[in-house]
Write a protein that binds this ligand. Structure first.
Ligand code: SF4
Ligand code: SF4
Length: 264
């Protein structure tokens, strides 16, 4: 059971961890703190997390968002994002936690997989200057750190299958990181923020937009790709992110980028 919980007494180790850094940790159903990390949650969801969870719960993306998430603005970017909505109980529990564990374990969010590690940046690509991208989260209740099992960060990521998730989210995180580099005087318009939110989290609505508006008349897309986009959420997410990247960044000067940005 693993959940990122940066509030509620979490102590962040100042040490920046790289792929070969080592840490000691083991989580299993017999630890005395079992499921405590799934209370008092504040878990940022990535687009791939939403795709996996809404599929697991057999919900359209707008219903999943309405029932299970809360909207926020991502710090320093003004971009909309969502967190998992805690239940209205005394402990602000995750809606998926039960005494016996996580109901959606094989589809649990990326942050739950990384825990007790945090990711120091939204961008964490293999091959980049990755040292310092990770840090250790010490929460007083977590007894997993007392268990006798050592990992490297790379081993942990592989064990938790976050490599695949980071790969799917990579272009999306690039977009967010690039937005951070906009001068503070340049703001995205409401239209751009809505578009970012729709393709990031409301993927079924984005599919409707692509196929039921004049979008494909204005943007030629190969028939084989169209076919794939009709049913493949991950392919549609990548397509949407590339499209938005092109619109926002194809001219290096963000001031020139038509109606999606505006000087403040
Ligand atoms: S999704 Fe699962 S692992 Fe993550 S906080 Fe909820 S119950 Fe815990
Ligand atoms: S050991 Fe840590 S991660 Fe595992 S259940 Fe306890 S608090 Fe959660």
């Amino acid at each position: 059971m693993k959940a990122a919980n940066p509030q509620t007494g979490a102590r962040i180790e100042p040490t920046r961890l790289g792929y070969n850094s080592r840490f000691q940790f083991r989580c299993h159903p017999d630890v005395s703190c079992f499921t405590q990390c799934c209370r008092g949650i504040k878990i940022i969801l990535t687009p791939f997390d939403v795709i996996r969870l809404k599929k697991r719960l057999e919900l359209p993306s707008d219903q999943f968002l309405a029932i299970y998430t809360e909207p926020h603005l991502l710090e320093k970017t003004g971009l909309p994002m969502v967190t998992l909505k805690a239940m209205d109980d005394e402990q602000s529990s995750c809606p998926f936690v039960r005494d016996e564990g996580c109901l959606v374990y094989s589809d649990r969010p990326t942050a739950c997989r990384y825990y007790p590690l945090g990711v120091a940046s939204l961008q964490h690509k293999e091959g980049a200057d990755d040292d310092g991208f990770f840090f250790f989260i010490h929460e007083p209740h977590c007894k997993g750190v007392e268990e006798n099992r050592e990992w490297t960060v790379a081993e942990w990521r592989q064990d938790q299958q976050v490599d695949l998730r980071d790969q799917v989210n990579a272009e999306w995180t690039d977009l967010v990181v690039r937005k951070r580099s906009f001068p503070p005087s340049i703001q995205l318009t409401a239209k751009a923020r809505q578009m970012f939110f729709m393709l990031s989290y409301n993927i079924d609505h984005f599919r409707q937009f692509v196929f039921e508006s004049s979008f494909l008349k204005r943007m030629p897309v190969d028939e084989a790709v169209r076919h794939q986009l009709r049913s493949d959420d991950v392919a549609l997410l990548k397509f949407g992110v590339n499209w938005l990247q092109d619109i926002l960044f194809k001219q290096n000067d963000p001031l020139k980028q038509e109606s999606l940005t505006t000087p403040r």
